[in-house]
Design a protein around this ligand. Sequence first.
Ligand code: CP
Length: 305
Amino acid sequence: MRHLLTLQDLPRDTLERLLDAAQALRPDALRRGPHRPLRGLTVANLFFEPSTRTRASFQLAAQRLGADVVNFDAESSSTRKGETLVDTLRNLEAMGAGLFVVRHTHSNVLTALAAAAAENSSVVSAGDGRSSHPTQGLLDMLTIRQHKGEYFSRLSVAIIGDIRHSRVARSDVEALRTLGVRDIRIAGPESLLPDADAEAFHGTRTFHDLAQALDGCDVVMMLRLQRERMDEGLVSSLEEYYRDWGLSPEALALAKPDAIVLHPGPMNRGVEIADAVADGPQSVILDQVSNGVAVRMAVLEALAR
Ligand code: CP
């Protein structure tokens, strides 16, 4: 692997190898151990959108593998004076950085940076516009595998909420399809569903009713309601959204009794998910966060040369 920009077209054996590597790294993920294969390398984190989980976990992943880390602050950087992102990357390369973790609003930016990177540099997506969030997809698959085993083809998975604007939903569907899940359900208000012919959601089933989407499923993946969608008139009110699409304990009871609940964060408690569910026994949301460090360690190690 030279870069990791998407999970689309990532072969199943490569994806599974990354999950196996992340699982093996779990003990090293939450405290610094002796495994330091990135010693001497420099990782640059370039975030042009807000982040808590992804930014912190990439930083911790790099440090726990022994790398030096540059946390580039977009707001106080010379990009504010008009420097291009390609020039920014080249200047950081000139200081010895070779692994670039990038989050950006515009989908074409990561591809352009990967094309401009030196031969021995790698770019990894930390969130690419609306189109992909590959390490989130990987950490979600690792979390599902830990709780439901490796036979993904037996699982029914419901992804609920703002599917239309979600890069997480796109990467999750790509990974679930690759791992053989046949029953992938997407559900949300009409205004937040993707176009019927959207390539990214090929092979999924669309539901317009929460109860039907949850019926008998093994895995419930809730998505953040992006509040800016209210300003765009795509959602009428937070109260109505919770009434129709919020995951309450009563709604969750429609899934299998041992169903697990995922959410990529940040959560809007009381909007897309009830406190009792977010903090309840079926929630694996903090497992996702811990797995994020292990998955990002596995990805950085696979890219490091
Ligand atoms: N899941 C996720 O991408 O969270 P952050 O925006 O906090 O990184």
